[in-house]
Design a protein around this ligand. Structure first.
Ligand code: S3P
Length: 441
């Protein structure tokens, strides 16, 4: 579907975000492995939600959508029944993780603990994303795994059970890989030690700890021992990766004020706030509280004058999903922005370096691709043009925000890609822009 988005004169609004995708997936899967039942409120929206639920249903997990008493989250509450830390049912079909890398890699960790053979696959994009990174450690732990194309791509056939703990030095900083190994580690004999090259999101560590797992963390090293998990009710905070689009919109627009309610503020995810503040953004946090081991609070953003910065090194894994929208912010900043060390972007739902450069160039920005990032000239004057999302939700939303900031009208091809993580995105965009004309053909 092509969506037309036009320049907005004013940006104003209070926005509630869908539940954080990373925390939602972990809450569902770890509770399915626990010894009781748990309520998960403000569960994430979109097709990635269905991917996790379908895979767990395929393993015999009971998940029920319920009407919650929590007036803030009446519609997005699920009751998950744990399997008493025991065996799951043998799936009678291929488990389909759709477009969701997190579902695929976390569920693979669970399959490695089960004493039967099962197959997990996904859509075309997911079948082209590297799975050698989970096959290698899970095989070392004792799982038997076969995949496609040199044994490195989905679909994967996994026969698990009888795992032994390992010490594993991760070649790349990936929270999905780290979580996959930790999930397998909860059922392995001995202890499993993971050494990360850089800090990546630590939602799994926090949730496992809150569920009573034997886990210890020392800087970049995580150690987990065989554990029984206690069910844990989780109220999922709003997704900071979704909030990033509004933060950049309000920062770059000359007449803007946006408040984002109850957003997750885990330090392993707040790289976006740190980078925007370094660029000079006007961002204030308030009402910060902790829920189920995760900090969350409100974020208020006003118009600001941004300056280009270098984004590289340690912060990259903490801002990895926000780089496309940060590239847009850099187009409006004074001076140059250089993004390095972000080669992982090339193997996300699309090649996000090339998709971002393609779209923003069409709108008149001056930016170039490098192997591991981009070089972006600031002070751009964007002018609406036809652009594509490459079927990637984060590129779709980046192009939507670019369309509101550009002169004229931007036509976004395959705009429905937002359905993966943020179904209400276009509607909320039309609300905050007031007179914005959003028309679908
Ligand atoms: C995620 C980890 C990141 C991120 C993805 C969600 C997670 O991927 O890009 O959107 O929930 O663990 P990698 O682990 O591949 O870096």
């Amino acid at each position: 579907m092509i969506k037309s988005v036009s320049k907005a004169e004013k940006i104003k609004g209070i926005i509630s975000l869908p539940g954080d995708k990373s925390i939602s997936h972990r809450a569902m899967l770890l509770n399915a492995m626990s010894n009781g039942s748990a309520l998960i409120s403000n569960f994430c929206h979109g097709d990635d939600r269905s991917a996790m639920i379908n895979c767990l249903n395929g393993l015999g997990v009971n998940i029920e959508k319920i009407q919650s008493n929590d007036s803030e989250y009446p519609n997005d509450t699920f009751l998950v029944e744990g399997n008493s830390n025991g065996d799951f049912s043998i799936p009678t079909r291929v488990l389909d993780a759709g477009n969701s890398g997190t579902t695929f890699r976390l569920v693979s960790g669970l399959l490695a603990t089960q004493n039967f053979e099962s197959t997990i696959s996904g859509d075309n994009s997911l079948r082209n994303r590297p799975m050698g990174r989970i096959i290698q450690p899970l095989t070392k732990m004792g799982a038997l795994i076969t995949g496609m194309k040199d044994n490195s791509f989905a679909p994967l056939k996994i026969r698990g059970g009888n795992l032994s703990g390992i010490e594993y030095t991760m070649p790349v900083a990936s929270a999905q890989v780290k979580s996959c190994i930790m999930i397998a580690g909860t059922k392995a004999s001995g202890s499993t030690t993971i050494i990360q090259p850089k800090v990546s999101r630590d939602h799994t560590e926090r949730m496992l700890k809150a569920m009573g797992a034997k886990i210890s963390i020392n800087n970049l090293t995580v150690e987990i021992k065989r554990s029984n998990l206690s069910a844990l009710d989780v109220t999922v905070p709003g997704d900071i990766s979704g909030a990033a689009f509004w933060m950049v919109l309000a920062s770059c627009h000359p007449n803007a004020s946006i408040t984002l309610k109850r957003v997750g503020l885990n330090p392993s995810r707040t790289g976006i706030i740190e980078v925007l503040k370094m660029m000079g953004a006007n961002i204030k946090l308030s009402n910060v509280v902790e829920e189920a081991g995760e900090p969350c609070g409100d974020i208020e953003i006003q118009s600001s004058e941004l300056t280009g910065v270098d984004i590289e090194g340690e912060i990259i894994p903490r801002v990895i999903d926000e780089i496309p929208i940060l590239a847009l912010a850099a187009c409006f900043a004074k001076g140059q922005t250089i993004i390095k060390d972000a080669e992982e972007l090339r193997i996300k739902e699309s090649d996000r370096i090339s998709a971002t450069v393609n779209g923003l160039s069409k709108l008149g920005a001056t930016l170039t691709e490098t192997n591991d990032g981009m070089v972006i000239s600031g002070n751009a004057k964007l002018i609406g043009a036809p652009v594509d999302t490459f079927n990637d939700h984060r590129i779709a939303m980046t192009m939507g925000i670019a369309g509101v900031l550009a002169d004229g009208t931007t036509e976004i091809n395959r705009s429905e890609a937002n359905m993966i993580s943020y179904p209400s995105f276009w509607e909320q965009l039309s609300i905050v822009t007031g007179e914005l004309e959003v028309s679908a053909h």
